[in-house]
Design a binder for this molecule. Structure first.
Ligand code: PLP
Length: 443
């Protein structure tokens, strides 16, 4: 008999249909998580394909049912490999890339280039040239330097590149300063309040090598409520209206970026996706009506909200250390080399012990990584059942911004990645070996 899962705290943070089997082990995508750890080794990143597909559908349906001309572009920076690129392609989403490297991964599985949006504050000349040669759908232009360079490269090739202009509407999304992008003092985009956005738009309209289709903003991540989206839309639509009258600019496309939040801990509570869709689309349609503008194609760029909950990191417990009256440390075989978010952003995570998933919590511990930094603490003060060396910890919501920010710090090999789907597991990225660590060195 399996354990009633409603009695297990934190389970709702794990992928859909995560459960506990008769052995008292956590199951993810129908696979015993403890067995996965034994078979593939740890640290191991496990992604549930069913949750990934569900999240893609959520965005397509929540936005598409309210505003049919919506394009959902998955922001690859949250996590990308070939298996995920294929899944995103098969679900009919577009792709937001920030380097030609991300596009090369997607292209290697046949991702249609016309569905790709290329972002970044300092795209290199060779990246822009490659993007044109690979027929990338849109370049989201971030600076005057880039605008002129792209125009030059496109004209040299006797072609015209479709573009959007990334604008900074100076709206604070109330998120961590490292992930705030839509304010005036940001390295991204054309500031609107200084007149630079208007100058860029006017210039873009005169250039033969680019075809200006519309505007883009991305405010930051994660955005805890809908109000920043609404404020930014007011600024953008007024701008589009002014530009229509001043220089006959037609906004055929509008991207509102990403930043949709995800619950990482039991304390987190955010509005549902439908609330964001409602707020964005109601505000947009009202403003368009008020300013007598034609409805543009709407693009959204969720990254975190597609992959975070699908991913679970598995770690094996090694040393434990108790400082009487101070703290109990439980040390794991990974840490900031595979998940830098706690030291970088103060990100909070939860955990369960896969092989003791049905046991009650008995003590407060701090989960420490194995990297040679005191700041390498994955979870501070979490209630867990008794834990012993060899137990396997499962950390939910590890699907976004962990693997892509991973490093070889302390010459640590990067983890393997496994996709699970209804009881079947397949390895989609092998663990790095010791040889991989010096493969590129020339002695
Ligand atoms: C331009 C742009 N779009 C989309 C995203 C995705 O944000 P999130 O993963 O929070 O949805 C980012 C994240 O930095 C971004 O810079």
């Amino acid at each position: 008999m399996s354990t009633p899962t409603q009695r297990i705290p934190r389970l709702h943070l794990f992928p859909r249909d995560t459960s506990v089997n008769a052995a008292g082990h956590l199951t993810i995508g129908g696979c015993d998580a403890y067995d996965l750890a034994k078979e593939y080794g740890t640290p191991l990143y496990v992604f549930d394909e069913n949750t990934l597909r569900h999240q893609c559908r959520e965005f397509l349906e929540r936005f598409g049912s309210r505003y049919p001309d919506t394009v959902v572009c998955y922001a690859a920076k949250a996590f990308l490999n070939r298996a995920l690129a294929k899944l995103i392609m098969d679900q009919g989403l577009g792709l937001d890339v920030v380097s030609i490297g991300e596009f090369a991964i997607a292209r290697s599985v046949g991702f249609p280039p016309e569905r790709v949006y290329f972002h970044g504050n300092n795209k290199l000349p060779e990246e822009l040239a490659q993007a044109i040669d690979w027929d990338i759908g849109r370049v989201v232009v971030d600076s005057i330097h880039e605008l002129r360079l792209l125009d030059h490269l496109a004209r040299k090739r006797n072609t015209t590149q479709d573009i959007l202009l990334r604008l900074t509407p100076n709206v604070d999304p109330h998120t961590h300063e490292f992930t705030t992008t839509g304010v005036l003092d940001s390295k991204f985009g054309f500031p609107m309040s200084t007149g630079q956005a208007e100058e860029a738009l006017e210039e873009a309209m005169t250039l033969a090598g680019v075809n200006l289709l519309g505007l883009h903003f991305h405010l930051g991540s994660p955005i805890p409520d809908t109000q920043p989206f609404e404020s930014a839309l007011r600024v953008l639509i007024e701008f589009a209206h002014d530009m229509k009258h001043k220089c006959d600019f037609d906004m055929v496309e509008l991207s509102v970026g990403g930043g949709f939040p995800v619950a990482y801990s039991v304390a987190d509570s955010y509005p549902q996706m439908g609330v964001y869709a409602d707020a964005i689309i109601t505000t947009l349609t009202n403003l368009l009506l008020k300013q007598s503008l034609m409805p543009p194609r709407l693009t959204i760029e969720p990254g975190r909200a597609i992959v975070a909950r699908s991913g679970v990191a598995l770690y094996t417990v090694g040393a434990t250390k108790e400082i009487p009256g101070v703290r109990k440390f439980v040390c794991i075989d990974g840490g900031m080399s595979d998940n830098i978010r706690p030291p970088l952003y103060g990100a909070k995570y939860e955990a369960l012990v896969t092989n003791r998933a049905a046991e009650p919590d008995v003590h407060t511990v701090t989960v420490a990584g194995k990297l040679c930094e005191s700041g390498d603490i994955l979870i501070r003060d979490i209630q867990l059942p008794r834990v012993a060396p060899g137990d396997v910890l499962a950390v939910p919501t590890s699907g976004a911004y962990c693997i892509p920010m991973s490093s070889n710090y302390n010459a640590t090999p990067r983890p393997a990645i496994v996709f699970v789907d209804r009881g079947r597991a397949r390895i989609v990225r092998r663990r790095e070996t010791l040889e991989d660590l010096y493969r590129l060195d020339i002695p």
